[in-house]
Design a protein around this ligand. Sequence first.
Ligand SMILES: [Fe+2]
Length: 178
Amino acid sequence: MLSNKIKAALNEQIQKEAFASNSYLTLATWSEEKALDGVAAYFYAAAEDERQHMLEIYKYLNTYGSGAHLKPLKETSVKLKNILEVFHYVFDLEHEVTVSINKLAKLAYEENDFATFKFLEAFVLEQQQSEKDVTDLIDMIKRVGYEEKNLYYLNKTFKKNEERKALGKNPDLDVEKE
Ligand SMILES: [Fe+2]
């Protein structure tokens, strides 16, 4: 069974995943307001992913411990000027989650809770991949450009990648100007 220390730490992680999910919804709204539906689709999917992470930890905590609960979440409004700033914000958001997942895994290890340590392995690897994916997107945005005139093409690239993801394919970031 889970120790009180681990239960508290898992509950904190639940708040972080929920906050990330809400933040992605805020960014979906930002994208919709700029008529970037492809980018919005990326953020809706990201919000769903984070909600799944939250639920996974929620259920784990209630199955092997107790007391999983969501606290009221802090405000997620953003003031971001352009899509490059948006993705730098996303990187910071993901990095914050990476740091807290690593802290949680370290705690589980130190507490000799190897079941929780093992449970967290997928999350640790997922964070590593997320940071890489966001870094790749930032590079792609810089390459394509994010001035008004580039947004149509950029949005289309995001849309195409969401379609690829739905088919289980990796994003194609090897963009070419059309
Ligand atoms: Fe997550």
